[in-house]
Design a protein around this ligand. Structure first.
Ligand code: GRF
Length: 224
């Protein structure tokens, strides 16, 4: 785009369905979006997200983790593919492999993940079932920079949704997923525009988009 802002080359790593990948693809379709997807990489050949990437005309790669004897060997193959594609930024979107410190350090500050809970609550798996069991009234999702400790890097953004009476796991998961699809493109924008600075382990956002001041559940009674 001559004269336009530079779009940061971004790779998306997936293992499955790829609905967050789709949200990023849709966002990046806007010419003024500051990131472009240059590679979609999956560790599973059967990942449904690969078809989404192909439908959008994006380059894909499959690097099965079990084809590599060790985690470092698998990650070396990932880095090689990412480098070959010219990726500057890496988004994990349902990528189900734990990454080593070597990989995380190599991509530090340029590697982000989306997690389906309001971290630091409910790191790890089965977040929706655990949120229901705990009886929390607000749940949600987090986009964070990736650090060597799983689900613990600096938090870039979060979106909260209410837990409603009668919710089961699928209902709550669907509500959170909708929030994920709004949050991830926003956070990738902040990353691509270099608006995130990490200070003392916390992410500080430059010119953050305005947020509401109160999210309450149960909400106050409506008059009448
Ligand atoms: C999402 O819930 C994401 O938060 C988690 O894995 C799920 C991936 O879903 N890390 P999808 O593949 O993006 O549809």
């Amino acid at each position: 785009m001559p004269g336009g802002p530079r779009r940061r080359a971004t790779a998306v790593l997936i293992s499955g369905r790829g609905s967050n990948l789709q949200a990023l693809i849709d966002a990046a379709a806007a010419p003024d979006y500051p990131a472009e997807i240059v590679l979609v990489l999956s560790n599973r050949p059967e990942a449904k997200g690969l078809a989404r990437a192909e439908a959008a005309g994006l380059p894909t790669r499959v690097i099965p983790h079990h084809a590599h004897a060790t985690r470092p060997a698998f990650e070396a193959a990932l880095t090689e593919a990412l480098t070959e594609a010219g990726a500057e930024l890496v988004c994990l979107a349902g990528f189900m492999r734990v990454l080593t410190e070597t990989f995380v350090t190599r991509w530090q500050g340029r590697l982000v993940n989306i997690h389906p809970s309001l971290l630091p609550a409910f790191p790890g798996l089965d977040t929706h079932a655990r949120a229901l069991a705990a009886g929390v009234k607000l749940h949600g999702c987090t986009v964070h920079q990736v650090s060597a400790e799983v689900d613990q890097g600096p938090i870039i953004g979060q979106a909260a949704v209410p837990v409603l009476p009668g919710d089961d796991e699928p209902a709550l998961a669907a509500r959170v997923l909708e929030a994920e699809h709004r949050l991830y493109p926003l956070c990738l924008r902040l990353l691509a525009e270099d608006r995130i600075r990490v200070e003392g382990g916390r992410a500080v956002i430059q010119d953050p988009p305005e947020a509401g001041t109160l999210i309450m559940n149960p909400d106050q009674e409506r008059p009448g």
